[in-house]
Design a protein around this ligand. Structure first.
Ligand SMILES: NC(=O)c1ccc[n+]([C@@H]2O[C@H](COP(=O)([O-])OP(=O)(O)OC[C@H]3O[C@@H](n4cnc5c(N)ncnc54)[C@H](OP(=O)(O)O)[C@@H]3O)[C@@H](O)[C@H]2O)c1
Length: 234
């Protein structure tokens, strides 16, 4: 059963597959409309979902690492109002590669995609989110500095810790903002990125994650939460 009234819309960045696609499907189940983005012109799972959705899914394109594409998306969405803006797009590198081993090129690729580009999306699009809305971005438990007792996934961890810091700066700059802000950790999930050894199925993570996103609506200020709504130490 839908838990929120219809006619609410999420702008979901990176919804072609994995967690982003599953979030789109889950928001539909809650009675929301979805404007999801993909990269390029290839057909994706989101297109199949749109075909079955009765016009409740719109598809836009953006590569978050291309500032011109973010600006063009902003221009195309001018005049629209969204209840949630959520940046899901992200990548990883070889998790075994230490900071001593990674090439500069690979370091830059991960940091630009996971830390700089999601913030560029938020900076460019946040004014499309209603005063009672939510601005969220997919972080990771790996982004917690306090919880890092094991190393591994060093570059990825660094990129998500940087994302957390940039989002805190954004929240500090908008300290009187009425909107909820969220850094979300989905758990280790079996997707293309998470791989087959992930602790959680998409079905164990995403419906809970969406419940958390729905529950913070109307609560101003930034929170760093996992898919069960538990606060993660910075
Ligand atoms: N899976 C996990 O265990 C886990 C745990 C913690 C956090 N996360 C985070 O959750 C998010 C989604 O992960 P996932 O497991 O669903 O990964 P995934 O299956 O690899 O999907 C990644 C998504 O990000 C999109 N993307 C990547 N680079 C992009 C770019 N430059 N511009 C636009 N879209 C881009 C991909 O689009 P294309 O289809 O075009 O490549 C795809 O939709 C990521 O931010 C990830 O860091 C995942």
């Amino acid at each position: 059963m839908p838990t929120t009234p219809p006619n609410k819309t999420i702008l979901l960045i990176g919804a072609s597959r994995g967690l982003g696609y599953a979030m789109a499907a889950e928001y539909l189940k809650h009675g929301w409309n979805v404007l999801g983005t993909v990269r390029g012109m290839a057909r994706t799972l989101l297109h199949d979902l749109a075909d079955k959705s009765g016009n409740r899914v719109e598809i836009e394109t953006v590569d978050i690492c291309e500032p011109d594409q973010i600006a063009a998306l902003r221009a195309r969405l001018s005049g629209r109002v969204f209840d949630v803006l959520f940046g899901n797009a992200g990548i990883t590198n070889n998790p075994r590669e230490t900071i001593g081993e990674v090439t500069t090129e690979e370091f830059v690729r991960v940091m630009v995609t996971n830390a700089l580009s999601p913030m560029r999306v938020i900076e460019a699009l946040h004014d499309l989110v209603s005063p009672a809305g939510t601005i969220g971005v997919m972080s990771s438990g790996q982004g917690s500095v306090s919880n890092n007792m094991t190393g591994m996934r060093e570059v990825y961890r660094g990129s998500k810790a940087a994302l957390n810091m940039f989002m805190r700066s954004f929240a500090a700059r908008h300290s009187t903002d009425s909107r909820a802000m969220l850094l979300m950790a989905p758990g280790w999930v079996r997707t293309d990125m998470g791989g087959p050894d992930g602790r959680l199925s998409i079905e164990e993570s995403v419906p809970n994650l969406v419940k958390v996103l729905l529950s913070v609506q109307g609560t101003p200020g930034l929170q760093y939460l996992d898919y069960l709504g538990r606060t993660i130490p910075w």
